[in-house]
Each structure stands twice: as structure tokens, then as C-alpha cells.
Design a protein around this ligand. Structure first.
Ligand code: E4P
Length: 217
């Protein structure tokens, strides 16, 4: 499973990259705003800065919600850097935009996916990634992980190559469960990735090894 970090914070992206396990980055307009990145030029520059830190794919989201606007913005984003993947919302014109970009060889990530039907439609339109938001489903008392399992089943039934990018990951166990369900990619905050490191028995075991070593040296 590929690991993406879900942030526009350059320090956190660098930290994940230095850990050596980072395969890409996802951003969205809220994450950009959280970092205080505003204005079209600053936003575009920020995407390039992110691409220069990581080796893998960087999802950059369009703001337009009409086909013409999404095409204009998406082409501008794709021209920025070869690592950019254009993020398109799961709306009617978004589906048309996915097909347009797919035909042009521009890679896409269909975002705001909350049902297996939406994931099937995104794949039919040629999306490279589909982003089911599992945390937001959990937030409304719906099992987000079940959605990953349903999409996996559908995609496997037809050997669909669209990658399932489990999004809205909130904690470490979401990552583990997504891996068990066969998600191709997960995107989460740095804390969720770092949580994979931790086990009290590792700390206790290491302390004992070091103490025993000291006794003999
Ligand atoms: C996905 O690409 C989104 O940026 C993200 O995962 C949304 O997560 P949230 O529900 O924690 O905002």
C-alpha cells in the first residue's frame, strides 16, 4: 500500500519524506487555507514546492465546479509539474472532466467519494485515483471502512485499474484496516503514519537490551 500524507504543511511533508516511507501528497482547499496559502499564484507556487520535496504524486484540487473552469484549472495545474495529479470533485461536470483529462493523458484523483456507485462512475470516466473519505463517513455514524471493502470488490470484479486512495484517514488503525482491505493507497496526517511506529513492548524490549549490554561492557 502506498503512503500519502494529507497536508499542505511543508515541514510535515519533509518529515514524512525523511522517514523514507512517503509515496505522495494530497492537498485540498481547506488544507491550503490552514497553512495560510492564499491567492492563485501563491497556491500554484506551493504545489511546486511540495513536488520538489517528494518523489511521488501530488494531488492538486480544482476550485471550479463547471466543466470549462475545471478543464482550464486542471490543465494549468498539470502543466506545473509532472508529479501533479488533478483532483476533481465527484459532481456531474466532474465526471465529464475526468473523462476529458483521461482522454488527454492527464492524471486525475476523483475526490469527495462517499458511495460505491460514485467510485464505479469515477472509474468508468477514467480516474486514476478514487478518494473515498472514510473518516467523514465515520463522523456521521456510517462505517467508512465498509466503503473501502465494497469498492475493492467492485474493482476486482472487473479488473478496474483505478487506484483506491483511502482518504480522510483519522488515525493509525484506519491505515492498518485499509491495508487489510486491500486499499491501494492511504492518505493521512503525519500523526497517523507515526502511530505505526509505536508499541510499548518495543520500548520495554529495547530498554532491556541496552541495560543488559551495559552490564557486560
Ligand atoms: C483527501 O484527499 C482529503 O484531503 C482528506 O483526506 C480529507 O480529510 P478530512 O476529512 O480529515 O478533512
Amino acid at each position: 500500500m502506498k503512503f500519502f500524507i494529507d497536508t499542505a504543511n511543508l515541514d510535515q511533508i519533509r518529515e514524512a519524506q525523511e522517514l523514507g516511507v512517503l509515496d505522495g501528497v494530497t492537498t485540498n482547499p481547506s488544507l491550503m487555507a490552514k497553512e495560510g496559502i492564499t491567492g492563485r499564484n501563491n497556491i500554484l507556487k506551493h504545489y511546486v514546492d511540495i513536488c520538489n520535496i517528494v518523489d511521488g504524486d501530488v494531488s492538486a484540487e480544482v476550485i471550479a465546479t463547471d466543466l470549462k473552469g475545471m478543464i482550464k484549472e486542471g490543465e494549468e495545474l498539470a502543466d506545473l509539474h509532472e508529479q501533479i495529479v488533478v483532483k476533481i470533485p465527484m459532481i456531474r461536470d466532474g465526471v465529464k472532466a475526468l473523462k476529458y483529462f483521461s482522454d488527454k493523458g492527464i492524471r486525475t484523483n476523483c475526490t469527495l467519494v462517499f458511495s460505491p456507485g460514485q467510485a464505479l462512475l469515477a472509474a468508468k470516466a477514467g480516474a486514476n485515483y478514487v478518494s473515498p473519505f472514510i473518516g467523514r463517513l465515520d463522523d456521521i455514524s456510517t462505517d467508512g471502512l465498509s466503503l473501502i471493502a465494497e469498492i475493492r470488490l467492485i474493482y476486482d470484479n472487473y479488473q478496474i485499474e483505478t487506484q483506491i486512495l483511502a482518504a480522510s484517514i483519522r488515525h493509525t488503525m484506519h491505515i492498518v484496516e485499509c491495508a487489510k482491505l486491500g486499499s491501494d493507497v492511504m492518505t493521512g496526517p503525519l500523526s497517523s503514519i507515526e502511530g505505526l511506529l509505536k508499541h510499548p513492548l518495543t520500548d520495554i524490549g529495547l530498554a532491556k537490551f541496552l541495560a543488559d549490554y551495559k552490564k557486560g561492557n
